[in-house]
Design a protein around this ligand. Sequence first.
Ligand code: S3P
Length: 437
Amino acid sequence: MEITKKHSFRGELSVPGDKSISHRGVMFGAIAEGLTEITGFLEGADCLSTIACFQKLGVEIEQAGGRALVHGKGLHGLSAPSGVLDVGNSGTTTRLISGILAGQPFESVLDGDASIRKRPMGRIFTPLSEMGASFQCLDAASFPEARRAADSGCAPFAVRGGHLHGIHYRSPIASAQVKSAVLLAGLYADGVTKVTEPALSRNHTERMLAGFGAEVSSDGATASILPGPKLEGQRICVPGDISSAAYFIALGLAVPNSEILIRNVGVNPTRDGIIRAALDMGGDLTLLNEREVSGEPVADVLVRSSSLRGITVGGPIIPALIDEIPVLAVLAAFAEGTTVIRDAQELKVKESDRIAVVSENLKAMGADVTPTDDGMVIQGGKPLHGARIQTAHDHRIAMAFCVAGLNADGETSFDDSACVTVSYPSFFEDIERLAAR
Ligand code: S3P
C-alpha cells in the first residue's frame, strides 16, 4: 500500500458503525431474553470475534449486510464453550466477556493474537476475583497443546465462574472495559455492585444496559448496578464510530481546500474529545442535525480546512479521546506551535505501545516529537515527508499515518495495511472516494 499527497478532500460519507456499541449489542443481546436486532453493526474483525465467542457459548447469531440478529439465551442460558474462545485482536471482547463468564457455572478458556497476549488482564482479574470468580493465566508458549499455569497477567487464561458478591470497586484507571466487566458481573452478584473511576470513561454499557431493562444508574464517575432479574431483547441502531470519523475530521481540517460532511456520527460526551480538541486547535467544525438514536447522541459533522494551532490535552478529556490520540498527534504535526499530550499512559497498553509507535513514525516523516512517560510533545508546523510506516499491526496507527501520508511530500508505505479491517474494513476505499480528482 502506497500513498501520496492529495490536494483536497471533498464530499459526504457515513463511517461504519461504532465498535464499542456493536460489541455491546451482541453481548447484551446474548444474555437477554428473546431477539435483539442490531442495525448499522460494524462488520470489523473485532466485533466478528465477539460474535464467534458467543456462538461457541451456544448463542444463535445471524449477521449479514450490517445487520446482526442475536437469539438471546437469557442471563443463565449460556452453555460451556465447545473449545477455546478466540478473541482475536480485541481487548473489548476479552474484558467484557470475562465479566459475563465470571457469573457462569462453568470454566472458559480465552486466547487471542500476539497483541492480545501482551495486554494487561490483571485489571479485570482483580475486581472479578474479589467478586468470587477465579482466573488462571496459561503459558502461551506451549498453549493449547499443554495447559501450564503462568503468572503473565495476560491471555491465554481460564476463567471459572463463581457465586458472585456485589462490591464497590475503586478502579485505579479510567477504563470502560474494566467498568463494563465489573457491571456485567454485577448482573450475577448477590447485591449492589459499584464502580468508581478516576475520570468518567465511555458510558455505552450504562446507557445500553438500561435500555435492556437492567437496574443501572450513574452518579458522576460512579456507576451502580443491581443483579438481574432479566434483560429483554432490543432493537439497536448503531451510530457511526467517532473513532473512525476522526480520520476524516483530521483530513478535512489539515488538507487545504477540503470540506467533508460525515453523516450519522455518535457524539456521546464521553467520546467526543476529538471534536473538543479540534475546536480548541482552531478547527472549522460544526455539528448539524443533533439527535438521539437508541439512547446515544448522534450528529452530522461538517469539517472544513483550517489553520490549526497547538494545544495541551490532559486530565479528564483523555478517556474521551484515548483512541483518537494517534490521529490527534498527526494533526498536531500539521498545526503551528506546540502540542502537549499528557495523562495518557494507557496508550502504552493498547493494540500497540502507541506512545512509542506514534513517535517513531512521526519522526520518520520528519516531525519534531518527543515521547514522554504519559504522552508526547509535538512541535508542529514542519512539513512532513513520506516514509515507510511500521504499524505494529495496529489499525489506528495505519489509519492515522494514512492521514499523515496524504498531506506529506513523497511516498508513504506501510508494513501492514490489512490491519484496518479490525475497525474499518472500507477505510481505503472511502479515502479514495473523497480525494477530489
Ligand atoms: C473500549 C474502551 C477503551 C478503548 C477501546 C474500546 C470499550 O479501552 O480504548 O478501544 O469499548 O469499552 P479501555 O477501557 O482499556 O480504556
